[in-house]
Each structure stands twice: as C-alpha cells, then as structure tokens.
Design a protein around this ligand. Structure first.
Ligand SMILES: C[S@@+](CC[C@H](N)C(=O)[O-])C[C@H]1O[C@@H](n2cnc3c(N)ncnc32)[C@H](O)[C@@H]1O
Length: 227
C-alpha cells in the first residue's frame, strides 16, 4: 500500500485519486502514445451493431476520440471512478451520459446494453476482481451483445507506485491464458483475441485485446407428457 493511503483504501480509491490529481499529466502522456489500433477495432465493433445501439463504456476517461465516435453513433453511457475525468468527459462529449462510479460496484439493469467497451482500464482492477466483473458485464449485455476491451498481459498480482508526475496508482493483471479463461467462464464467447504492443513514452507496452459476444440463452428442450 502506498505511504499516503489509509488502511481502508481499496486499490480503486488510489486509482481514482491518481486520475483526479494527474489528469493533465495523463492527457499529455496519452497524446504521445503510438501504435494503438483502438479506433479501427471500434469501427469493426460498430459494424456488428444495429443502428444507434445502447453502449456502456467502462473507465471512459476524459472523453477522447473513441468516446466521441461512440457518442456520435450510439446511446452511450460512460462510467468512471475519477470525478475529474467525468467532468472533462461531460464537457467534451455533451451527447453522452457519464456516471461517476466504480464499475466493480455499480448496479446496472440486466440485459440493457448491446455492447460494453473498456479501453486500457482493466489493468487498474485487482485481478481477483476480474472474474466477477466479467460476469457482471455478461449480465448487463443483451444476449448476443458484444464486449470489446483490453487487459494487462503480464502476471502482476498487484503493484502500487508512483506513475505520471509522481501520482500514486495501482496496476494488476494475469497472463493472457488466465484472462481468456475468465472471459469464457463469464459466459462470453471469444470471437477474437490478440496481443498488441504500443509505444508509450517510457517504452513498449503490451495489452491483450478481447472481442467476445454474450452467449445466447439456450432454453432446455421442453418435456412433454409422452416423453
Ligand atoms: C488509462 S485511463 C483510460 C481512459 C479511457 N478509456 C481512454 O482510453 O482514454 C483508465 C481510466 O479508467 C478509470 N477507472 C479505473 N478503474 C476504475 C473503476 N474501478 N471504476 C471506474 N473507472 C475506473 C480511471 O479513472 C481512468 O479514467
């Protein structure tokens, strides 16, 4: 646990404070990243959806280009744990709804979204919570609905430390095989997954991309009296 934290802090509290205090530093840092295919993948996802779908973006950040694309082509709800990120997103993307909340805790109605997306977010979630989170995502999706997101790609039980401009943050994650198993076990059918390495200012960073669809509910064959 980082020195300035309280005993009762969850990793999510540390992450929220980091994105509040380091919002400018994060924005400047993010602009220097090269090699992400996020927008292409988003286009592929949108091509699979009906017109004006209901989309949930987890860890929606400050409302950058991908969120703007989504807001223009869907009924978009964004959720972010950082009040400052939510403030910036509301200012930049007035056509969407942004909720200030922890997506590992938030209650949302079942089967209310055609797609759930999360870009460069789940590496801030304690890895033991990824399975339950993916199960919640499967519940929020309509049958046949889509999930597109990135995960950390290395075996990291949980790391607290200083990040951009010295703000404290938290990272965690599993190796890809374990994450893919969790996606499958949550009731999401893997459609595509691959590792992508992009260039961050400090050097290469690899993420696991996952595209998956919520399994259709299969009703058990009806018994008849003659059976
Ligand atoms: C690396 S930023 C990415 C932001 C945005 N997706 C983008 O690509 O620009 C991670 C974001 O996830 C948010 N976040 C991390 N953990 C969260 C949680 N448990 N609930 C809601 N938001 C969370 C952070 O506040 C931050 O805005």
């Amino acid at each position: 646990m980082p020195p300035s934290s309280n005993e009762s802090d969850r990793p999510q509290d540390v992450v929220a404070r980091g994105y509040d205090a380091g919002a400018d530093a994060f924005e400047a840092w993010q602009k220097q990243i090269a090699g992400s295919t996020r927008l292409e993948r988003l286009e592929e996802l949108l091509a699979r959806l009906s017109e004006h779908p209901d989309v949930l973006e987890l860890g929606s950040g400050a409302g950058i280009d991908s969120t703007q694309v989504l807001a223009g082509r869907s009924n978009l709800t964004g959720v972010d744990i950082s009040a400052e990120q939510v403030r910036r997103a509301r200012e930049r993307v007035p056509g969407a709804t942004f909720v200030h909340a922890d997506f590992t805790q938030i209650e949302l109605p079942p089967e209310s979204f055609d797609a759930v997306v999360a870009f460069y977010v789940f590496n801030h979630v304690p890895r033991e919570e990824l399975g339950p989170l993916l199960e919640r995502i499967a519940v929020w999706l309509r049958p046949g609905g889509w999930f597109l997101g990135t995960f950390g790609a290395s075996d990291l039980p949980g790391w607290y430390g200083e990040w951009l401009d010295g703000v404290e943050t938290y990272f965690s994650g599993y190796e890809p095989e374990i994450t893919l198993g969790l996606v499958h076990d949550a009731g999401l059918e893997l459609v595509r997954h691959d590792l992508e390495t992009m260039e961050e200012p400090e050097g290469p960073a690899t993420f696991l991309w996952v595209l998956a669809a919520r399994r259709q509910v299969t009703s058990s064959p009806r018994r008849t009296l003659s059976q």
